[in-house]
Design a protein around this ligand. Structure first.
Ligand SMILES: Nc1nc2c(ncn2[C@@H]2O[C@H](COP(=O)(O)OP(=O)(O)OP(=O)(O)O)[C@@H](O)[C@H]2O)c(=O)[nH]1
Length: 307
């Protein structure tokens, strides 16, 4: 996909978020400084747009300190907002680099069912393929046959081999086989699907601990990444998931999906400000190339509605 098409997708993706945020700005016009009541309204608008109280406060402070020389019209307010949102996003916008030596880089992908985990694995595999990396998948979500099947269908479509076992099989043994295969072949990236059973934290924790033990036997550095996939349409719930998965799974980075078609894209900013975890990529659609690392300045401008 060309750069232009991707930019258009990002714009399209955040359109609803941007609309929600800026529909509250239209009445606000001031001379050179915003008064307290206007700042309160803006802060509320930011919270209502899922940016979270901390980011909202930070942006409010920025706006309060701003001298709008040509008057605080909607456009100037949006621009100042975009600047601060970019400042929040810049430190966390980090693509997932393949740096492991020896290979493979083992990337555990976790997230609740339906968050877009399987699709994201496929998209991530495709992204690595485009960078000329060799990729292998491990179908570690053995809890449901459909999950194994779905991963296999995607793998087939993009020409990636997948190590799989029976439904109900032991995920750790699949991961073991997959790491062995990837190590023997010198595959660059091994992406592991895992079950997303948040309702049973202990079981999930034990399963992940077992996967870690098995991985550690072959490569003490593995897993190199534990990536949590979040569905942006869940808004504030997505933040709670970060909280829980950080505790049970030692999350090292995030991918946020389904930013298209939701007005809740502001949650990306809330996650960045509250957790500071790297955000490796964003998903803005169901197609294979709808996932990419993101440009924080572009996304900030899109959210704030600066053309
Ligand atoms: N609009 C949109 N849909 C997406 C995106 N990412 C994934 N989806 C869709 O979300 C649905 C769930 O995705 P899956 O990949 O099946 O999610 P999962 O977390 O693996 O879910 P289970 O397989 O049920 O555990 C699918 O219909 C995907 O096509 C995205 O960025 N945008």
């Amino acid at each position: 996909m060309s750069e232009e098409t991707w930019t258009a997708r990002v714009f399209g993706g955040f359109r609803k978020t941007s609309e929600r945020l800026t529909e509250n700005l239209s009445g606000i016009v001031s001379k050179t400084r915003l008064d307290e009541a206007q700042l309160d309204d803006l802060e509320d608008a930011l919270i209502l747009s899922d940016l979270g109280p901390r980011a909202a406060r930070r942006i409010r402070d920025k706006l309060a300190g701003e001298r709008f020389e040509r008057g605080a019209d909607e456009q100037s307010i949006r621009e100042a907002m975009a600047e601060e949102i970019a400042a929040i996003l810049r430190p966390v916008a980090k693509p997932l680099d393949i740096v492991a030596f020896p290979r493979p880089q083992v990337i555990l992908v976790i997230g609740v069912n339906g968050s877009g985990k399987t699709t994201t694995i496929a998209k991530l595999g495709h992204l690595f393929q485009e960078l000329d990396y060799g990729v292998l998948f491990a179908a570690g979500d053995t809890f449901r046959a459909a999950a194994i099947e779905q991963l296999a269908v995607w793998a087939d479509r993009i020409g990636v081999e997948v190590v799989r076992g029976p439904e109900g099989g032991d995920p750790a043994s699949i991961v073991f086989d997959a790491v062995k295969l990837a190590t023997d072949k010198g595959t660059d990236a091994l992406i592991v699907d895992t079950a997303g059973r948040l309702q049973n934290k202990r079981e999930l924790m034990e399963e992940l601990a077992k996967i870690r033990r098995v991985l550690g036997r072959i490569n003490p550095e593995a897993p190199h990444d534990v990536v949590l996939v979040l569905d942006a349409t869940n808004g504030q719930n997505a933040l709670q998931q970060i909280e829980v998965f950080k505790e049970v799974a030692g999350v090292t980075g995030l991918i946020m999906t389904k930013l298209d078609g939701t007005a809740r894209g502001g949650v990306l900013v809330a996650a960045a400000e509250q957790y500071g975890l790297p955000i490796h990529a964003i998903g803005v659609g169901e197609k294979i190339d709808d996932l990419r690392p993101f440009d924080p300045d572009l996304v900030a401008r899109v959210i704030a509605g600066v053309a």
